[in-house]
Design a protein. Structure first.
Length: 145
């Protein structure tokens, strides 16, 4: 799926202008297990990765939908309730990064409508969790400087 297709899908879920598009590649780690703690690892990025399309809103809600978990529908998270419970499935990674950035002084005071799509294969060790966390950090720092 290309960015143009993703914009079309985004507009089926949400209706906003000022759409922002972010991408982060997955990566692989080639680690010599014995020397792992000496820092001898080789990292490689790739063309596969995670796309995030988002618009800021005037609400206190973050609405998230993943094309990889469409059966879960749109998940809503309140900016006023970023507690530790894991009731929001895959969105817990984003929720935690938002919480940390707010604690660090970023004024994340407006909601967002977010669509996420990954062309990384599931469960093959391409560090999608790290990618989601890094991408969330980058996009929030960009939007809420």
């Amino acid at each position: 799926m290309n960015v143009k297709d993703l914009v079309t899908v985004y507009n089926q879920y949400y209706s906003h202008s000022n759409l922002r598009v972010f991408f982060v590649s997955g990566h692989t780690d080639e680690i010599e297990e014995i020397t792992d703690f000496d820092g001898k690892g080789h990292h490689a990025s790739q063309s596969l990765g995670i796309y995030v399309l988002l618009s800021r809103t005037e609400t206190q809600l973050i609405k998230l939908v993943s094309l990889n978990f469409e059966d879960l529908g749109i998940i809503e998270i309140s900016l006023n309730d970023l507690g530790d419970e894991i009731k929001h499935d895959w969105t817990s990674y984003l929720k935690k990064v938002i919480s940390y950035l707010k604690q660090a002084g970023y004024r994340i005071n407006r909601g967002m409508d977010i669509l996420i799509y990954s062309n990384l294969p599931n469960e093959v060790g391409l560090s999608s969790t790290k990618s989601v966390e890094a991408l969330t950090d980058t996009m929030l720092k960009t939007l809420y400087e």
